[in-house]
Ligand binder design. Structure first.
Ligand SMILES: NC(=O)c1ccc[n+]([C@@H]2O[C@H](COP(=O)([O-])OP(=O)(O)OC[C@H]3O[C@@H](n4cnc5c(N)ncnc54)[C@H](OP(=O)(O)O)[C@@H]3O)[C@@H](O)[C@H]2O)c1
Length: 301
């Protein structure tokens, strides 16, 4: 059932009966499209505890009530804070909930990142995530980013070993090229790729197409397009659907490919509900094409 609430598109009771359907990670772990990105549950600069801890817990619980069954996080969000909040809010986990975490990119301070995808670090990172998430096995573990000072095969090979030891069920990559994916697939099956992507930001179009051809889920991060041209067109389409621009940007992603698994992030229950409602928002082919042309239009203006 689709409801319009305060002139905004809202859907109840949740994703199970939405139009967006799902994806089966590795052909064996089904999840609904959309998921939830748990990075924004931490403090400012993705550092420390959230300003409003109760709201952060409420967001996670509401996500599950709305049938979100894919939650993306990383050891570096906080660090540790996002994983700890997920366990605090949701453990014991409902059946079918997939928690995807990542390692190999550390957060030594607010807005800072440092690489470490050495085998010893990744082993310790997986053990840390297992403990914080109170799991015996992580359903989806993603290499957060290739480490330029560590052979890529060594990082992926370590995750493959952890999989064969039963600590990880499925393996994904993040911030990678097609070449990385192909090299990794020589070592172990890769079930997901997480790169920055939106209707206005299409550097990774060819990776989306590669993933679609190979049955790999594509998880776009930073799904809200930016820029003046993008804004004008988004607003136009949003008005036609009595939806928000953010909902339209998410709806474009869902239409882009059946393997697309958006994970919009928020620290607010209200925004979460708006984002989940997007799973029932269908753009027309014309609207989809108009939004698809934004990168070319922006380049010519
Ligand atoms: N692999 C990587 O390298 C990588 C990098 C970045 C992110 N990620 C993952 O991707 C997820 C999503 O990325 P992201 O958080 O950067 O981008 P995003 O989901 O596009 O944007 C999040 C921002 O949008 C706001 N927002 C969310 N829903 C809204 C709504 N309905 N109305 C108005 N504002 C809304 C949030 O603020 P409020 O909190 O106020 O709602 C937040 O500031 C993250 O949570 C994380 O799991 C991965």
């Amino acid at each position: 059932m689709i409801l319009l609430h305060n002139s905004r598109l809202l859907v109840m009771p949740g994703l199970t009966r939405s139009l967006a359907g799902g994806v089966a990670l590795g052909g064996e772990v089904p999840v609904h499209r959309l998921g939830f990105g748990a990075m924004r549950l931490t403090g400012e600069g993705i550092w420390g505890s959230p300003k409003n801890r109760q709201e952060a817990i409420a967001v996670l619980r509401r996500a599950v009530e709305l049938d979100v069954n894919f939650i993306d996080t990383a050891d570096s969000y906080g660090p540790n804070v996002s994983e700890e909040l997920i366990a605090e809010a949701l453990f014991p986990y409902p059946r079918g909930l997939v928690i995807a975490t990542k390692g190999g990119w550390n957060r030594p301070g607010p807005d800072q990142w440092t690489h470490d995808a050495t085998p010893s670090h990744l082993r310790a990172a997986v053990e840390g995530s297992l403990k914080r998430l109170r799991l015996e096995r992580i359903d989806l573990y993603q290499l957060h980013i290739p480490d330029p000072s560590v052979p890529f095969e060594d990082s992926v090979g370590t995750l493959a070993q952890l999989k064969s030891e039963g600590k990880i069920r499925l393996i994904g990559l993040s911030n990678v090229t097609q070449e990385h994916i192909e090299r990794a697939r020589h070592i172990v099956p890769i079930v997901s790729v997480q790169n920055r992507y939106s209707f206005a930001d299409r550097e990774w179009d060819y990776v989306v197409d590669y993933c679609e051809r190979n049955g790999i889920a594509f998880i776009p991060w930073f799904p809200l397009g930016a820029g003046r041209v993008a804004g004008e067109i988004l607003n136009q389409v949003a008005r036609a659907h009595q939806a928000s621009p953010k909902q339209v940007a998410l709806a474009w992603l869902l239409k882009r490919s059946p393997i697309m698994l958006p994970i919009p992030g928020t620290s607010s229950v209200k925004h979460l509900e708006e984002n989940v409602a997007t799973a029932s928002l269908c753009l027309t082919d014309e609207e989809y094409e108009k939004l698809s042309q934004v990168p070319q239009l922006a380049a010519t203006r």
